[in-house]
Design a protein. Structure first.
Lengths: 404, 342
């Protein structure tokens, strides 16, 4: 053994007096002996961790396609309801011209003013056009006529674009008529068709009306799914989950016990945000407050269900947060939270409809901004409920399988 | 399931009405336990019985199926075939009842680092349905036993490995189970703490606690009343230490082992491994264990080795001692494992 020790010492002595090296050799050595081993090891880690690798590939693809295709500041296909009291050639022409802009998509003709305003409250339409009786006559006679338009102001972006599109439409229809009449009377170049838009729900077109009620859903979603999945995965890491499994606790009891505190936190956050919304942004809740609270509870079932699935799949807290972030992205971009749903390509609409948060945002905007009643909201409510039940069921299964 | 051991397995609840009945003392029974995940059999036909108050050492390399056996016996995992019982309760039929009568200490301790010592104990008490008054009493009793009293209000993360281990043990037995499973309870803790944990285990054993302990430490295995050795999902040895080391067919017929002490040990060991006539050479500190070639009598084997060593190391050689030896527990397992692998 002593022999060995000596030789080791000698080696050490040699090391202290290195032969003079050129800079290039030093760099080479630095690369080969210091950078390379770490780098090679890191690549192995990255390729071993399939989840991270997938995320590294999926996120840019996702972002590029969403930002490139789905997000279109140019608004199109805005749902439009029409109350045509004239039913004439001129009114049909006006409406055809409106549809030709691709901005408006006429979804329904209604038979009364009440139905027209109802379509806005329920959220089925964002633009409601009322053509007055005698429009054809006035138009042909060269008298000016007024077309009343109601615009849902809660999405300030869509609303202001609708306004300019309508005004453009009005003057273009007038101009056409003027050109035809030009031979007759040159001096009659005034505005024949006057489109009078009125904004409902958000008369000043404040952006906060668009952002805040939608943000409520995003906040609840983020807080609950993040905290809950991290807490379960951390039990996995600590080994306490393994310990809990040998106790008489049932997986269902364990899950519910885990979920309730985060539901409470989510509920608290939601109400705090509502308060701030009123105090800071001055946005009141027009509709039924209790209905809104019910909606958030149902919504949290699905967001927490998703987090349970994530926590069953993720091996570490890092992975769990990556997975949460991954579903955050479509939830923000495709849910209609910022970018209007109508102008997205149908594949993204489909993804958007598949996200629970989309339906919650529809409910929260409806109740808060437009005072929508339950009979207009039962579809998103039902969707959220079904989602919640299905996801919870799946998560119980995945969870049980994971721990068995 | 048609084996004679089947008679040892009692139907669920058969003993609950008559707790005084000293039912044949086998508290833990594994009967042809088998578990397959897909096509992979991780536990294959494992049977053993553990008597009341016995400390049973469960040994085997990592991945050999020890933990899976424990999880089946705890009622967490259903066996693919075979069965077993804890205190006469069928593990496949009443897993919930089984879990209540079993305590479990894992290698990872299973403690909540941000909870205090007391909060950890209270939590595990409640999970097992112990009422608050009883929990209070049990915490007092267990603190006395484990000396945890001064740390009661400290967070678990501030404890050192040995103290964490005691806390894990306290949490596992707070609900007064009669059976305790310990999965590598002393991995990574220092020798003094290990000794203390074992003292605690012996104390529990004298109080009638039945224990199954997995370990990689041979000295710990030697403290167990009986050991079982599992390898590649099969139980390949079962018995007391004396029984195992005295196995007549431990070495194949005609082989035996000698222990050599000589300086310079490393060089002699290296030289011996080069010698083709020796069946197996293993180093234990300053002792070199050599297994003889077939049909070579003890004395001749010794003489041959001395000759060879002297030839090679004459000038630097110190005194050689060489004597016949019985197999150690580790020898037993190494030999059994090698044989099974062939």
């Amino acid at each position: 053994m002593t022999d060995k020790m000596n030789s080791l010492d000698l080696a050490g002595v040699h090391h202290d007096v290195p032969a003079p090296e050129s800079t290039i050799e030093q760099i080479k050595k630095f690369w080969n002996e210091e950078v390379k081993p770490i780098m090679v090891k890191e690549w192995v880690h990255i390729f071993n961790d399939i989840t991270t690798l997938r995320i590294a590939i999926v996120i840019p693809l996702f972002q590029l396609t969403i930002f490139g295709y789905a997000i279109n500041n140019e608004v199109r296909n805005v749902s439009t309801y029409v109350f045509d009291q004239d039913q004439s050639k001129a009114s049909t022409q006006f409406l055809q011209k409106a549809e030709a802009t691709t901005f408006f998509k006429i979804n329904k003709f209604v038979g009364s003013r009440d139905e027209l305003s109802d379509s806005l409250v329920s959220g089925k339409a964002k633009v409601a056009i009322a053509i007055p009786p005698g429009y054809n006559r006035d138009f042909n006679a060269g008298h000016s006529s007024q077309i009343q338009v109601l615009i849902d102001g809660s999405d300030s972006n869509v609303a202001s674009q609708a306004q300019s599109a309508l005004q453009l439409l009005g003057s273009s229809v007038s101009q056409d008529k003027n050109q035809k009449n030009r031979i007759g009377s040159m001096e009659q170049s005034n505005q024949l068709v006057e489109v009078r838009p009125r904004f409902l729900f958000n008369p000043n077109l404040e952006t906060a009306y668009l952002i805040v009620p939608g943000l409520l859903g995003i906040i609840v979603f983020l807080v609950t799914s993040f905290l809950c999945s991290l807490s379960i995965v951390s039990e996995k890491e600590k080994g306490t989950l393994e310990q809990l499994l040998v106790t008489p606790l049932s997986p269902l009891g364990l899950m519910i016990g885990k979920v309730i505190p985060y539901m409470t936190i989510g509920f608290f956050d939601f109400n705090l945000s509502l308060l701030l919304m009123y105090v800071v942004f001055g946005i009141p809740i027009r509709g039924n407050f209790l209905l809104l609270e019910l909606a958030v509870i149902i919504f949290m079932f699905s967001s927490l269900g998703v987090s349970l699935v994530i926590s069953a799949l993720a091996k570490s807290q890092t992975q769990a947060s990556q997975l949460v972030m991954m579903q955050m992205l479509p939830s923000i971009l495709l849910s209609g939270y910022i970018f209007p749903f109508e102008s997205m390509p149908s594949i993204f609409k489909f993804i958007g409809y598949a996200l629970p948060v989309t339906h919650f945002i529809a409910i929260s905007r409806g109740i808060i901004l437009r005072g929508t009643e339950f009979h207009h909201l039962w579809i998103p409510f039902l969707v959220l409920l079904v989602y919640g039940l299905v996801i919870l069921r799946i998560s119980v299964k995945v969870f049980k399988k994971q721990i068995a | 399931m048609n084996s004679s051991q089947n008679t040892n397995i009692h139907p669920v609840g058969a003993h609950h009405d008559e707790p005084a009945n000293p039912y044949d003392n086998n508290v833990i029974i594994a009967d042809k336990l088998t578990k397959a995940f897909g096509t992979k059999t991780v536990v294959d036909d494992v049977s053993f019985q553990i008597k009341r108050g016995e400390i049973f050492g469960f040994l085997g390399p990592n991945g050999s199926g020890k933990s899976t056996v424990i999880r089946m016996l705890c009622g967490v995992l259903n066996p693919s075939s075979g069965g077993g019982s804890i205190e006469g309760i069928d593990i496949t039929k009443a897993s919930n009842q089984v879990r209540r009568s079993v305590g479990y200490v894992s290698q990872k301790f299973g403690l909540y680092p941000d909870l205090t010592v007391k909060q950890n104990m209270e939590f595990y008490g409640r999970v097992y349905g112990v009422n608050d008054e009883k929990i209070k009493l049990r915490i007092q009793q267990l603190c006395k036993k484990t000396n945890l009293t001064p740390f009661l209000e400290n967070k678990a993360e501030t404890l050192s490995g040995g103290w964490k281990q005691r806390l894990a043990l306290a949490c596992a037995i707070l609900h007064e189970p009669s059976v305790l499973f310990l999965d590598e309870p002393t991995a990574g803790i220092d020798p003094v703490a290990r000794r203390e944990v074992w003292d605690l285990l012996f104390e529990l054993s004298t109080e009638g606690m039945t224990m199954l302990v997995t370990t990689h430490y041979m000295d710990e295995a030697e403290r167990c009343h009986r050991v079982g050795y599992i390898y590649m999902s099969k139980l390949i040895a079962l018995g007391s230490i004396d029984e195992l080391t005295a196995l007549p067919n431990l070495y194949p017929e005609g082989y035996h082992q000698v222990v050599i002490q000589a300086e310079p040990t490393m060089k002699i060991y290296a030289a011996l491994t080069e010698m083709d006539f020796i069946t197996n050479v293993t180093l234990f500190g300053k002792n070199i264990h050599c297994v003889s070639p077939k049909e070579l009598p003890d004395e001749e084997f010794k003489k041959l080795i001395i000759e060879k060593i002297e030839d090679a190391f004459k000038p630097s050689l110190s005194a050689i001692t060489i004597e016949h030896s019985k197999a150690s527990l580790e020898d037993v397992f190494v030999i059994l494992t090698q044989r099974q692998a062939q």
